[in-house]
Design a protein around this ligand. Structure first.
Ligand SMILES: C[S@@+](CC[C@H](N)C(=O)[O-])C[C@H]1O[C@@H](n2cnc3c(N)ncnc32)[C@H](O)[C@@H]1O
Length: 278
């Protein structure tokens, strides 16, 4: 049976690669890479740097294949994504058959953590269901951009005993989700926080782009005061580099005078939960 290692490599800083990830990388005889046809393939270069840094003696192969394009014009988002995953599964299948003996070990270097807004695990599920190649899968966790954001701003994501919702820009368009005062937003190419700034006072933002890289950008403050600055900073960076990846924490601060706990939608402060996890 072939082994497929899905290795989280952190969100941009090669020193975020864990010892467990390095050990897994050493087991892989071939790395499978789906190349995106976009300037963000500076990220591909970073994967190569990571291999060069942690596998200085070589001894591995890297096999590239073009990443099938997703149909971005389709009005049926879920269906378009599903088709795309199926096509990717077919590409991995072909690479595994061509590149790996029956008992071989292949690695896929996954940006951030494989469990957070990454399709590789879904694609691997598809691959298994196709029934052509049998694979044992191992997942090695990585530092996600969410952790990198919190560390860069030196903030806790949650209030004492409170929940956090991790969501996407696309979902935030529907408005602030009920029952939670702390949101982490990823995959927002439209600066949806500006819509929140228009409707919600008393929100703070902690924004970060290119986290962990030499280009890292950070802005934090009351959303209404810094939203325009973030839009401008983001646009200028995108112009300069051709791509941008950013993540942010939105925090409702009204009714949190002492930061003791989350509030409900009514704005009433609840008693702090008896927790010890900060
Ligand atoms: C496809 S998701 C991948 C997330 C990844 N699996 C993780 O654990 O961070 C891509 C999104 O992650 C966020 N992201 C990834 N790397 C980032 C970085 N270095 N700086 C800021 N945001 C980043 C952005 O929100 C981007 O739109």
């Amino acid at each position: 049976v072939r082994t497929l290692l899905l290795i989280g490599i952190g969100a941009g800083d090669p020193s975020q690669v864990t010892v467990q990830a390095v050990e897994a990388m050493r087991r892989a005889e071939v790395f499978l890479v789906l190349d995106k046809d976009s300037p963000a393939d500076e990220l591909g270069a970073l994967r190569e740097q990571i291999c060069a840094r942690y596998l200085p003696d070589g001894g591995y192969r890297v096999r590239h294949a073009p990443d099938p394009a997703r149909d971005r014009r389709s009005p049926r988002y879920a269906e378009a994504v599903s088709d795309w995953h199926e096509q990717r599964a077919a590409v991995y299948e072909e690479l595994l058959v061509q590149e790996l003996p029956e008992d071989g070990v292949a690695g896929v270097l996954v940006w951030g953590d494989p469990a957070l807004y990454d399709s590789t695990l879904r694609v691997v599920d598809r691959l298994r269901r196709r029934g052509v190649v049998e694979v044992d899968v191992e997942v090695i966790p990585g530092i996600s951009s969410v952790q990198a954001l919190a560390a860069a701003h030196q903030v806790l994501l949650n209030r004492v005993g409170g929940p956090i919702l991790v969501t996407t820009g696309r979902r935030l368009r529907d408005g602030w989700p009920a029952g939670v005062d702390d949101l982490v937003v990823m995959l927002d190419s439209h600066c949806v926080f500006t819509e929140i700034a228009a409707t919600d006072a008393d929100v703070e933002i902690y924004w970060g782009a290119y986290l962990g890289t030499p280009d890292e950008l950070l802005v934090a403050g009351p959303l209404r005061e810094v939203a325009d600055q973030i839009v401008r900073t983001r646009a200028a960076a995108r112009e300069r580099k051709g791509w941008v990846m950013d993540t942010y924490l939105l925090r409702r601060v009204a009714d949190h005078p002492d930061q003791t706990g989350p509030t409900g939608q009514t704005g009433q402060q609840r008693p702090a939960d008896p927790v010890s996890d900060g």
